[in-house]
Write a protein that binds this ligand. Structure first.
Ligand code: DP6
Length: 317
């Protein structure tokens, strides 16, 4: 048996769209910050009587269980029956990146339980096939997921851009709704790719945002990162809004918080927002500004979390 504890990550430069569905290869490169405090803890044991998957204390059935078991088949074809127990200390499938930490933790725990030697890049390639954003949760700190060009996906994995202690940044998360999202990321991406006239503009314009965000991280330049992050976020949502039927995760409170962030900036607080496949808003700022940002967000929602840059996964026997 082995256990992995892994932090989720939030994309500063977004992944939205697949160049290969079977291998889960992205149409764009992306870049993330790993979060502190939020974590998925997953234990895997092989050689039990029958496959069993427990998520957050309840037996998982149907598609969630099938996804987990299929991932174990990928890691070791012809494997023995396994028991997987996974717990999140934050809301699951609610646009808070639980699939990123979930599939990274499952991958690392299974590799350890099976004693399979691997590099972090190899773990990232496996995690990517469970859920794309999981390719980035194999490291703490700041991580880039290369789009890659190879058809077999061997060049599409995470790369460590900067360690957790490189830059003391905060992400203040406003939980607008912690319920499960209406349209899952995979379904949303496939619909966008099939129907949005904006999709081609998205896949031809991400590189500059990513280069700027990476440079901004290396230089610890929050304005540079924030501008690139908001540009990437808005372009991603433009593809969703113009899908058929449209995908619109935003709620009135999400928009009010976007306005609040713009107002805070006018008042001299350097902060920038992003969102994912859900209504929650994540605001990037320096730690000294986080209390003022959190106060402002608390006017809109009850549930506000101030998180720092998270560390590397921990894997134990
Ligand atoms: C909006 O990684 O959940 O959060 O690969 O289909 O499982 P699949 O998608 P997933 O999508 C994440 C989308 C996003 C942006 C991001 O994290 O880069």
């Amino acid at each position: 048996m082995a256990t992995a504890t892994v932090h989720p990550n939030i994309a500063l430069i977004k992944y939205w769209g697949k160049r290969d569905r079977d291998l889960n290869l992205p149409s764009t490169g992306s870049l993330s910050m790993t979060l502190s405090h939020f974590a998925t803890k997953t234990s895997v044991v092989f050689g039990v009587d029958h496959d069993e998957v427990i998520i957050n204390g309840e037996e998982a059935l149907g598609r969630p269980a099938a996804r987990v078991l299929k991932h174990l088949d990928l890691i070791q074809p012809g494997r023995a029956p396994a028991k997987v127990v996974s717990t999140n200390n934050f809301p699951t499938a609610a646009g808070l990146a639980s699939s990123s930490s979930g599939f990274a933790a499952l991958t690392l725990a299974a590799l350890k339980a099976l004693n399979i030697d691997h590099t972090p890049a190899q773990a990232s390639i496996l995690a990517r096939q469970g859920s794309g954003s999981a390719a980035r949760s194999i490291w703490g700190g700041f991580v880039e997921w290369r789009r890659g060009v190879k058809e077999d996906g061997t060049d599409s994995h995470g790369l460590h851009v900067a360690p957790p202690d490189h830059w003391n940044l905060n992400m203040v998360i406003a939980v607008v709704d912690k319920g499960q999202k209406s349209v899952g990321s995979t379904e949303g991406m496939l619909r966008t790719m099939a129907t949005s006239p904006m999709y081609s503009a998205w896949v031809s314009s991400w590189q500059r945002d990513l280069d700027q965000a990476r440079q901004g991280i290396l230089d610890q330049d929050l304005t540079m990162v924030g501008r690139a992050m908001e540009a990437s976020t808005l372009k991603m949502f433009a593809t969703m809004f113009t899908s058929n039927p449209p995908i619109r995760y935003w709620r009135p409170a999400s928009v009010a918080i976007q306005d609040e962030v713009a107002k805070l900036r006018q008042d001299g607080i350097n902060c920038w927002w992003t969102m994912d496949a859900g209504p929650n808003v994540k605001v990037l700022c320096e730690p000294e500004d986080a209390p003022a940002v959190a106060d402002a967000l608390e006017h809109h929602v009850e549930d506000v979390h101030t998180l720092a840059v998270g560390g590397h996964p921990v894997v134990e026997d």
